[in-house]
Design a protein around this ligand. Structure first.
Ligand SMILES: Nc1ncnc2c1ncn2[C@@H]1O[C@H](COP(=O)(O)OP(=O)(O)OP(=O)(O)O)[C@@H](O)[C@H]1O
Length: 242
């Protein structure tokens, strides 16, 4: 199914998938998916549990091979593993926290190769925690570290999976504000997987809604909540449109 959403970024499309079929071995859990991200826009990928959001991100990041379809990067086919895509400017924050718990905040940031200063500029909170072991940070601080490390590299596109998972609303607001700042300042394009539609719409420019492995609707985030709530209600599942 092809669902078109207005482009809101500042330039031409950076990352795009066309007719993407993705899954595990021969098992396709994402079908016929068209999505795109341009520099300078935040695009929310919404949908209930099991809709295929993480599978989509893992495939775009190069951690799962596509079953069919095409992924392009700046207009040319994108292949290769995550580390090669990272060198080209594709960042990925997976659902599970990816900081190294036994290492200090400083060393975690150095591992990210974006440097310490740009990360602390985005999250001054990290400045006083540089010598602390990441495992001793709160969940919110760990997620700040993860996001700071990813953004400090100035990716052209960042794929972010459920940044808000298990975090207090005030921390999620802080993470999303920093994300918005970085997008505005550096023209990063973001594909943001989120369960909480309302929050995702607040930070994003446009959205796709997935259900059972397919994109079923898309639109501009401004004023999009009503349509998304209607679609969830139509599916007798309003739990995530909150
Ligand atoms: N390793 C795996 N092997 C086989 N099937 C899987 C695997 N991981 C996920 N799936 C299935 O793929 C489908 C899509 O899962 P996915 O995690 O992409 O959904 P999601 O929209 O990200 O859900 P959530 O919001 O709960 O993370 C689900 O039916 C899930 O059970």
């Amino acid at each position: 199914m092809t669902v078109l959403a207005p482009e809101t970024g500042t330039g031409s499309v950076a990352l795009s998938a066309r007719g993407l079929v993705a899954g595990y071995g021969d098992l396709a859990v994402v079908r016929d998916l068209d999505v795109s991200v341009s520099p300078g826009e935040i695009v929310a990928l919404l949908g209930p549990n099991g809709a295929g959001k993480s599978t989509t991100l893992l495939t775009l990041a190069g951690q799962l091979p596509p079953i069919a379809g095409e992924i392009t990067w700046l207009g040319t086919p994108l292949t290769g593993a995550l580390h090669r895509r990272a060198r080209a400017g594709l960042g990925f924050v997976p659902e599970e926290r990816s900081v190294i718990m036994s290492m200090s905040v400083r060393d975690n940031l150095l591992l990210g190769s974006g440097g310490i200063e740009p990360a602390v500029e985005l999250f001054p909170e990290l400045g006083k925690l540089l010598d602390r072991r990441a495992g001793l940070l709160s969940g919110g601080e760990q997620q700040m570290l993860t996001l700071a490390r990813a953004l400090a590299r100035r990716p052209r596109v960042l794929l972010a999976d459920e940044l808000s998972l298990g975090l207090a609303p005030i921390i999620v607001d802080r993470l999303f504000a920093a994300l918005r700042d970085a997008v505005g300042e550096f023209g990063i394009g973001v594909l943001l997987v989120e369960q909480q539609a309302r929050r995702a719409l607040d930070v994003s420019d446009r959205w796709y809604l997935m259900r059972r492995g397919e994109v079923v609707a898309a639109g501009a985030s401004d004023g999009g909540l009503e349509e998304i709530q209607r679609l969830y209600l139509a599916d007798h599942d309003e739990s995530v449109a909150s």
